[in-house]
Design a protein around this ligand. Structure first.
Ligand code: ADP
Ligand code: MG
Length: 629
């Protein structure tokens, strides 16, 4: 049984939609191991076409290629990858070295695709470079070599996975006489070691150095001059090998190498994307920072918050209206108590001033006092008022039991006994405020001929976080909302709105950067089409190519994410420095979750943007890619 058999191979190309060109009509031949075969033919006779079929790069033909009794057509795509990896090594007229990789890496790339470990890759690559006498140039780049030297490196690469067949497509076509002779000598030695070497040429001179000359013309084998196998040939068969795949470490290394090659472009794209991401992170941190500031600093702790509502027609609330309000989510209770903001003046001895609020809302009293409204004739005062009327350090004790006069500006005043001093947790704590029974307020209003407004309802909210929602609900019910907490509620809802708008702007910029990554990767695929062809030729599967590009996208996203985190931290420092006068950090440094989510989102977004270019790269036809100039 022949080692390699070609039976009735026919290949047509579609020239246009209706026209086809038959390049190979009926190729039938047998090859043995140890042969050095010249495939001779005019330019355009289909030599490269046949070589690509033998090399497993082109599977779109009729007829059979049979290796060791195994029909290539029967192999799965994966087995074809292994075939290209382990069975054949290809050499091209234009060398097809990867220009940004050193000579050593170019030889190693074939082994990388097979998952050989790195130490062995280097050892073997050096050994092979010695065979082709190129070990002195291991760390040079291809463009620092002459054509002959490049071709010798390409031969070393073809030998990397110790294939049984070497296919050389016009290896000496671009070389001077001496270089060509050296290359042919190397190929001859390879054949002598027991491999089948098929050399495509249109030069009779090259053909003369081979052990057998097969001529193609008009799509058939016109002549087959069989000579004895090369002297010393020892044909041997190897059991089919299951080649390993490219390791993820090597996938990443290749991806990183690609990014590094176009590092300026990569960095610019990463920065552009990072700016969008940093903006989103910053907006969310600022929004959380301000919300926290409002909730924790302006509003003290978990104290219930109070809103006051009024009906638009100014009438009193009915029981059903009150119970409707109490059913709202986040409402703790309602109270018909009154908080007066009309001018109420206090006098104590020769000290006098204006109260900011005089309230009868016992629910808002700190529990430390009594939790009940003061009884008639009594007054609870906050610390600010206690300090105002009594300059002693132990004001709380001194002032207890003393009499404070309240009036509304017309000389008529009420005398009240201070029954308690309370620590004020509200945002009014710096101003004099007091609590009195509802009847006291009524009496006080009567002194100026006014009746106490009955038309207000105090709505206590469970916690600050419900404030905006309850405020909105009350407005929806048609009530006018006011009170100490109403402005906070407005602030919080403005913050929410602002955050939403700004986040949307940030998100748009993220979409733009995703498109940018898409374009950059797409350009990169186009630029590296030939390289993709080489990777496929040395056994890289479609999946390998896709993974390399996706890894590239992931790296790009990760770099951009790190830059984004750095930028937003920097911006946080600047913003905080600018707003230092507020006494709090407007941007909290501790929203670590935004940084982590930002980083992860960068990677995810980038990988998503990379899916289409990576799939495009994987779908490229290897023959076409290698043909690309
Ligand atoms: P050789 O290597 O012997 O010079 P090729 O095998 O490269 O010849 O090409 C043989 C013929 O097939 C040529 O006429 C060429 O124009 C044609 N051909 C090769 N590739 C394609 C293709 N992808 N599409 C259409 N025609 C092609
Ligand atoms: Mg050709």
């Amino acid at each position: 049984m022949a080692y390699l058999q070609l039976a009735n191979i026919k290949k047509e190309y579609n020239v246009s939609r209706t026209q086809t060109q038959t390049v190979l009509r009926d190729i039938t031949a047998e090859f043995k191991q140890g042969e050095l075969v010249a495939l001779l033919g005019e330019s355009g006779s289909g030599k490269s076409t046949l070589i690509n079929i033998l090399g497993g790069l082109d599977t779109n033909y009729t007829g059979s290629v049979i290796l060791n009794g195994q029909f290539l057509k029967d192999l799965t795509e994966r087995q074809m990858d292994d075939y290209r990896k382990k069975r054949v090594g290809m050499i091209f007229q234009s060398y097809n070295l990867i220009s940004n990789m050193t000579v050593l890496d170019n030889v190693k790339i074939a082994m990388k695709m097979s998952g050989v470990d790195d130490g062995r890759q280097t050892d073997r690559a050096i050994k092979l470079l010695k065979v082709v006498k190129m070990d002195h140039a291991a760390l040079k780049l291809p463009n620092q070599l002459s054509g002959g030297q490049k071709q010798r490196v390409a031969i070393a690469r073809a030998l990397a996975n110790n294939p049984e067949i070497i296919l050389a497509d016009e290896p000496t076509g671009a070389l001077d006489k001496d270089s060509a002779r050296l290359v042919m000598l190397i190929l001859k030695k390879i054949a002598e070691s027991g491999k089948l070497v098929i050399v495509v040429t249109h030069s009779q001179k090259v053909a003369d150095e081979c052990s057998r000359v097969v001529s193609i013309a008009d799509g058939v084998i016109a002549q087959d001059v069989k000579a004895a196998p090369v002297k010393g040939a020892k044909g041997r068969m190897r059991a089919p090998v299951r080649a390993g795949g490219i390791s993820s470490k090597n996938t990443m290394a290749l991806a990183w190498n690609n990014l590094w090659r176009s590092r300026r472009r990569s960095l610019l794209v990463a920065i552009a994307m990072a700016i969008g991401m940093a903006a989103v992170i910053l907006i969310l941190s600022i929004s959380s920072g301000i919300t926290d500031y409002v909730n924790n600093v302006l509003v003290s702790g978990d104290d219930a918050m109070r809103l006051e509502i009024e009906k638009s027609d100014g009438t009193e609330f009915s029981d059903s209206e009150i119970s409707a309000v109490e059913k709202l989510n986040g409402v703790a209770y309602t109270s018909a108590a009154v908080v007066s903001r009309s001018n109420v003046y206090y006098t104590y001895g020769n000290v006098s001033g204006t109260l900011l609020t005089l309230s009868s809302d016992e629910g808002a009293l700190p529990s430390a006092i009594s939790g009940e409204a003061p009884s008639e004739g009594q007054l609870y005062i906050n610390e600010a008022l206690a300090k105002d009327i009594c300059s002693y350090d132990d004001y709380a004790e001194v002032v207890l039991g003393q009499t404070v006069e309240l009036n509304m500006g017309n000389g008529e005043s009420l005398s009240l006994t201070v029954a308690g001093v309370y620590e004020d947790g509200s945002s009014y704590s710096a101003f004099p405020c007091a609590y009195a029974a509802r009847s006291v307020l009524e009496e006080l209003y009567a002194t100026v001929g006014r009746t106490l407004p009955q038309n207000k309802l105090v709505v206590a909210v469970e916690s600050a976080s419900y404030l905006s929602a309850v405020g909105e609900d009350l407005q929806t019910l048609g009530y006018t909302v006011s009170g100490e907490s109403a402005s906070l509620s407005d602030i919080l809802s403005y913050i929410d709105l602002g955050t939403m708008v700004l986040t949307a702007v940030g998100a748009i910029s993220l979409v733009v950067s995703a498109i940018m990554i898409f374009i950059v990767l797409y350009i990169s695929v186009i630029e590296r089409t030939k390289e993709i062809g080489v990777l496929r030729a040395v056994g890289g599967s479609k999946g390998d190519i896709r993974r390399i590009f996706l890894s590239e996208a992931a790296f790009l996203g990760a770099i951009s994410g790190v830059i984004a985190v750095a930028l937003s931290l920097l911006a946080a420092i600047v913003v905080n420095a600018c707003t230092a006068s507020l006494g709090v950090n407007i941007v909290s440094y501790f929203y670590g979750v935004y940084y982590i989510v930002g980083l992860a989102l960068s990677v995810i977004l980038s990988v998503c943007a990379g899916v289409a270019p990576a799939s495009y790269a994987a779908s490229l036809d290897p023959v076409e890619s290698l043909r690309r100039e």
